[in-house]
Design a protein around this ligand. Structure first.
Ligand SMILES: Nc1ncnc2c1ncn2[C@@H]1O[C@H](COP(=O)(O)OP(=O)(O)O)[C@@H](O)[C@H]1O
Ligand SMILES: [Mg+2]
Length: 429
């Protein structure tokens, strides 16, 4: 269905995708970027946005299934406030030469949209802009479990349209399980790129509603020292501005009034879409275990133990022992790699020992970070198979260069559906 809409100068409409907007006459502002007559923009089915007419405008809007168009009520739309915040940032940029803006807020509060808005605002003013997507759970630039930097040269609607320039592996999709990894990855990305851009916008994750979460955000800000923190939530803004010295500008930003809400399932699908895209060019690579380090593996980094030694440490049925491919130990942990068995029998260990049993199906799909010769994070892979008989680990990855090490993540990804699942504590490989 196509609807034709005429807007007077400063008129606004809110559109929920899937939709395509053709600007027939005039000029609009969408996510901080302006589009003139003849241009056309697409709104994804899981997004909604507000459009403002910068002059008298005529639009032809093609609505897909479930799409809506409505006029926001007086005072409902936040776009003008966002523009004013960008003007203030631009003023600070003139004085400071570089700004680093952290965008903080709960899930669905508008972090991704605000990050895009600020970026577009500065791209249109000819500034060198980078966006770091540090939201490991809903990472749009690269894939979940990573954070990534992109360097948009042109205005855009959604970060998903952009490609990563640099990517750092974190290994989790929930920051609470990878706090150190996330903090260090972000620190590395920022310090490697600081001098290359005038504006760096960092989109953070939505883990903000517990004390531990806020403390983590506070430490992130204190250690990484952005010039500005934009907060899309009144209470979080109060907490952060009370806690931080005034050298860091902590700004309260109103969040979009009415948004297209995404369910847990929608977010899961978005993650799957991101993995599928990233791995679309991937190939299987056979890596020699002797040459590649496996950082974070309990099984392969422990001291290898013989069957006799294993038998002296654990009491297990003979048919189970016969299926053991590899066993190792360190301190009080015994790690056993066993052939595909449907049922794990009861195994008793000598007092004080803990037993980890790993089966091939537990390893298959495990996400790993790829480290190159210079010990840099360069890509991500998915473990297909651990073939200890031939000393090979098979990894599915788009990376074609040398691999010095793999970093074990806490997430598994299905190679059929690209859906992910998290393993938190147990030894997986
Ligand atoms: N001004 C707006 N009006 C209506 N919907 C909006 C507006 N700005 C953003 N949205 C929508 O709100 C939803 C959540 O925004 P998003 O930026 O993805 O939040 P977050 O990154 O915090 O999860 C998205 O569907 C987005 O398209
Ligand atoms: Mg987001």
């Amino acid at each position: 269905m196509v609807v034709n809409i005429a807007l007077g100068k400063d008129g606004m409409i809110r559109i929920t995708g899937p939709a395509r907007i053709d600007v027939k006459r005039g000029k609009i502002l969408l996510v901080g970027a302006s589009y003139g007559a003849g241009s056309s923009v697409v709104i994804h089915s899981l997004r909604s946005y507000c459009i403002k007419a910068l002059e008298e405008t005529e639009l032809a809007i093609t609505l897909g299934s479930g799409a809506t168009v409505e006029e926001p009520s007086e005072g409902e739309e936040v776009l003008d406030v966002w523009l004013k915040i960008c003007d203030d940032l631009a003023g600070d940029l003139n004085n400071l030469k570089n700004i680093e803006v952290f965008v903080v807020g709960p899930i669905e509060s508008g972090k991704t949209t605000l990050s895009a808005f600020i970026s577009n605002y500065f791209i249109q003013r000819g500034r060198r802009v980078a966006i770091i997507d540090a939201d490991i759970g809903q990472e749009d630039i690269a894939i979940p479990t990573t954070i990534a930097l992109t360097e948009p040269k042109h205005t855009f609607v959604w970060q998903r349209d952009l490609r990563p320039v640099k990517i750092k592996f974190v290994g989790c999709i929930s920051p609470q399980y990878c706090q150190a990894q996330l903090m260090i990855a972000l620190n590395e990305l920022l310090s490697e790129s600081k001098n290359n851009y005038e504006v760096i916008v960092v989109n953070t994750d939505g883990w903000v509603t517990t004390h531990q979460a806020l403390e983590f955000k506070l430490n992130m800000i204190k250690w990484l020292k952005p010039t500005h923190v934009l907060v899309l939530d009144q209470e979080i803004w109060e907490y952060l501005s009370n806690a931080l010295p005034s050298d860091i500008k902590v700004i309260n930003v109103p969040r979009p009034f009415k948004v297209k809400e995404r369910s847990r399932e929608d977010r899961r699908r978005l993650r799957a879409e991101a993995y599928r895209r990233y791995f679309s060019e991937a190939k299987d690579r056979d890596l020699n275990i002797k040459d590649v380090k496996l950082i974070g593996s309990c099984l392969l980094n422990g001291k290898k133990i013989s069957t006799d030694e294993l038998k002296s440490l654990v009491k297990a049925p003979e048919e189970f022992i016969n299926k053991v491919i590899h066993a190792s130990k360190y301190f009080n942990a015994i790690n056993i790699f066993v052939e595909n068995i449907a049922y794990i029998p009861r195994i008793e260990a000598v007092q004080g020992y803990e037993v980890n049993i790993v089966r091939p199906q537990d390893i298959e799909g495990l996400i790993v970070g790829i480290v190159d010769d210079k010990l840099r994070d360069v890509a991500v892979g998915i473990i297909r198979k651990l073939d200890l008989k031939n000393g090979i680990i098979k990894v599915f990855t788009p990376w074609r260069g040398n691999i010095k090490a793999l970093i074990v993540g806490r997430v598994k990804v299905s190679l059929n559906t690209f859906e992910d699942s998290t393993r938190i504590s147990r030894c997986v490989i």
